[in-house]
Design a protein around this ligand. Sequence first.
Ligand SMILES: Cc1ncc(C[n+]2csc(CCOP(=O)(O)OP(=O)(O)O)c2C)c(N)n1
Length: 391
Amino acid sequence: MAETTKATRSRRTRGAARQDTGASGAESEAAARDADAGPAGAENAQAPAGTAGGADADAETLVAYYRQMLLIRRFEERAARAYTQAKIGGYCHLNLGEEATIVGLMAALRPTDYLFTNYREHGYALAKGIDARSVMAELYGRSTGVSKGWGGSMHMFDVKTRLLGGYGIVGGQLPLATGAALAVSYKGGDEVVMCHMGDGTAAIGAFHESLNIAALWNLPVVFVVINNGLGMGTTVDRSAAEPELWRRGAAYRMESARVDGTDVLAVREAARTAVERARTESKPYLLEATSPRLRGHSVVDPARYRSAEEKEALKAADPLAAMALRLEEAGILDAEARDKLDAEVTAEIEDAAAFADDSPHPDVSTLFDYTYATPVPSELRRLPADPVFRS
Ligand SMILES: Cc1ncc(C[n+]2csc(CCOP(=O)(O)OP(=O)(O)O)c2C)c(N)n1
């Protein structure tokens, strides 16, 4: 296959030919050692949950991380409110509870690295560098939104910050991210592709196909499973034969780890390890971050399947409150400074909501501009007397 050969050549320039035939010297020895270790090879390591893994950061960086987490929190709370006011249409899934994971992951990426997400993506868009106005306007379906109002909550796309979507089909982003990593490898670049997904996605066929190809072809992609314990209302224990999802990397001889997703520094360290491996050795990586989902699956899900004890436990698992406490105890951010920051962030989010509200809807003449379909009006799909496609 010509493509594979070319990709292999490109990978070699990045010094990652271990699984290619003809690997020599130390690489062959390493391959033999790995083979001896068997499919559950010694490469897999579990990061110690609940610690920062020896990670450190200065006060300014910690406050910046806290601010980003707060921005995501206030954004999502505002989005939930806007949804109940019917300002937002369609589906809307929030990142409430996943703030530390998101900020830690994005801190490990360079601006030139690519990101694919599932539909639970607002926080990722913000942390990747898209401003709150563009993200909120997209939720409102306005032309000033990051996808010009045509994508909505689940389908944001931004070439500038290299957020390559936003996908509503569970697992749909995985083959695309794997393909993007093949493109990077083929061109000989040093960018990394990060692909985020939920725990339920680890049971989808595309998960296995993507990890298999990424491992076979040594692609620079980091697969990140956010394990919030639930795929809609189904628990991981009920849906996954191996509920420690990071262990699935072993089936592909892919390095993998699990990290406490409520600890921003631990996530950053774990993600840095994964990203470094992808960038310098062109090896894929599977990272699992355990992270609470503070509310229902989407804004319309009251999560009645959760017991009162579970709901109570969730309050104690809030990563934002934990970070606030950590900063206060370390003498970095006291209650007064925290309130000031909160007021600042809340004002930014209110401004974003006002901006979205004041923005125009996309012109109906642009309806087919961003679709693969030809702009032929479909008379059959129109309802009687529906004027939408008539000029
Ligand atoms: C192929 C496909 N099957 C089913 C659905 C319906 N669906 C939407 S979200 C979801 C649960 C996915 O859970 P998970 O991967 O854990 O992600 P989370 O919502 O927790 O972020 C399902 C089954 C879908 N969108 N696509």
